[in-house]
Design a protein around this ligand. Structure first.
Ligand SMILES: *[C@@H]1O[C@H](CO)[C@@H](O)[C@H](O)[C@H]1NC(C)=O
Ligand SMILES: *[C@@H]1O[C@H](CO)[C@@H](O)[C@H](O)[C@H]1NC(C)=O
Ligand SMILES: *[C@@H]1O[C@H](CO)[C@@H](O)[C@H](O)[C@H]1NC(C)=O
Ligand SMILES: *[C@@H]1O[C@H](CO)[C@@H](O)[C@H](O)[C@H]1NC(C)=O
Ligand SMILES: *[C@@H]1O[C@H](CO)[C@@H](O)[C@H](O)[C@H]1NC(C)=O
Length: 430
């Protein structure tokens, strides 16, 4: 089922008289290698398969036994534990023709036409076949039955912007195959979209709140506003709809990127709107995250529920950054970036620092799904020009496709399925 990651050579220990000789020789070769021109290769394949810990069935059984014996700290939803010393977010992309994707685009009717790239003429499909391989362990394989069994009688909710909506749809696509047609439904009520798995009495929901806190971009349909205004301390208008959720996955980032400053409203949107001040974006972002954490503290029981935060999703607007054409973007990109040190300009280190600081200090556990670095490598995974367009394209645009490429959102199936695999790992194997 899973192909092991590439390894250079077998490194099993030997007990022959030559062993010390071999060790010395390999050390010399290693040093020569390190200082040779092939240094970049070492970085590209930074690990050996022998270092990677397997999630074997027996291991899961041991973990379950340990959970049952209460040897593990009680983390809601845990069925096993994560591998010690394994950072799931550090690793590399491996091409896996058979193992990925986990569903087909035309087989999942819930994907919105802004994300169905094949249906909109994307000529290549390699972007669907990459599997994330953490450096020191395998990701547990996504088991839709296990997920649904554990969601029985529960409410799982994604709250945030269109990128989180994509992740919500990816989760529905990963699960829907095992639910018969009459036992599932998808409905939208204003800002709230609900997928129901009736036999499980489970819902998976998406709630539109691009800033998490209240803003003038909250209308679920009409929200393309360039002069954005937020009320950083006001969350209840949205959060009243989140009460009773057992698992919440938050995100917010894209809508904050309007420049150095944000407009903050002190009064209400129904008032005279006079009391508007400007604030550094990072500071405003920090206040909004803190407000969200305060809500979690007051409204979610850490013994029964889990809260997650998906870190910022990078975009790929300037191909010069990864050694492409001077005026290019994600258009025409078909393979991931190989440079392990690549960090695009679009991802703000300042915002990442704020995320770390806020969640490190919070009194309630909010698990960060750190998708930023691993998504930075995926300049090939955006919807680009292969999506339903909001308005008809002009002849000038058609003559220059990269001018209208969407280098923010991601094709499904694709990268966002991996975000859910990571969420699955953190949920069940904390
Ligand atoms: C998936 O989970 C279900 C329920 O826990 C279990 O019965 C089944 O064996 C699992 N499937 C695989 C392939 O591990
Ligand atoms: C279904 O789940 C909800 C929580 O989402 C719970 O309040 C309700 O009692 C459940 N109903 C049944 C019949 O189990
Ligand atoms: C969670 O469980 C622990 C141990 O059972 C208990 O001490 C604590 O009060 C509980 N917390 C809440 C918020 O119920
Ligand atoms: C896109 O890629 C193809 C194949 O590599 C190339 O022939 C074509 O010129 C590229 N188009 C643009 C606009 O860069
Ligand atoms: C996410 O991972 C990147 C790269 O490993 C790291 O620089 C960053 O600090 C992490 N962010 C958070 C919020 O943990």
């Amino acid at each position: 089922m899973k192909s092991p990651p590439p390894s250079s050579s077998s490194s099993s220990p030997r007990r022959s008289p030559f062993s010390s000789y071999l060790i010395t020789l390999s050390f010399i070769l290693f040093v020569a290698f390190l200082y040779g021109e092939d240094f970049a290769c070492v970085l590209r394949h930074p690990f050996h398969s022998s270092e990677i810990q397997e999630y074997s069935a027996s291991k899961v059984k041991d973990d379950l036994a340990a959970v049952n014996e209460k040897k593990l700290a009680v983390v809601p939803f845990a069925v096993g534990r994560g591998k010690k010393g394994c950072d799931l977010f550090e690793g590399e992309w491996i091409y896996d023709e058979e193992g990925r994707p986990q569903y087909e685009e035309e087989e999942c009717p819930y994907i919105q036409p802004q994300l169905t790239c094949q249906a909109h003429g994307r000529p290549d499909s390699a972007y669907q076949h990459w599997r994330w391989q953490p450096r020191r362990c395998y990701l547990p394989s996504f088991n839709a039955t296990l997920m649904l069994e554990n969601l029985r009688g529960k409410r799982m909710m994604y709250v945030g912007d269109s990128l989180n909506r994509g992740q919500f749809v990816s989760m529905v696509c990963l699960l829907h195959r095992i639910i018969p047609g009459s036992a599932k439904s998808m409905e939208t009520f204003d800002s709230l979209t609900i997928f129901r798995a009736k036999d499980y009495n489970a819902t998976i929901e998406f709630y539109w709140a691009p800033f998490l806190v209240e803003s003038n971009s909250d209308n679920a349909v009409v929200h393309r506003i360039s002069d954005r205004i937020v009320r950083v301390r006001s969350i209840n208008k949205h959060a009243q709809h989140w009460k009773g959720a057992d698992i919440i996955v938050f995100n917010t980032y894209l809508w904050w990127m309007t420049g150095q400053k944000m407009k903050i409203l002190r009064g209400s949107f129904n008032g005279d709107m006079k009391n508007i001040v400007e604030m550094e974006t990072e500071e405003a972002y920090r206040l909004a995250l803190r407000r969200m954490v305060k809500w979690v503290e007051k409204n979610m029981d850490p013994n029964q529920t889990r809260a997650f935060f998906t870190s910022l999703s990078p975009s790929h607007e300037m191909s010069l950054g990864w050694g492409g054409e001077p005026d290019g973007n994600c258009y025409n990109e078909t393979t991931p970036i190989k440079d392990p040190n690549y960090w695009g300009r679009s991802s703000s280190k300042g915002i990442m620092r704020v995320i770390r600081e806020v969640f490190d200090k919070s009194n309630v556990p909010v698990t960060v799904i750190n998708i930023t670095q691993l998504s930075e490598y995926r300049n090939d995974a955006h919807t680009s020009i292969y999506k339903k367009q909001w308005s008809p394209l002009t002849p000038e645009q058609l003559a220059n496709p990269k001018s209208y490429a969407d280098c923010v959102h991601w094709c499904l199936p694709g990268l966002q399925d991996t975000w859910n695999e990571l969420l699955y790992a953190k949920l069940f194997f904390p």
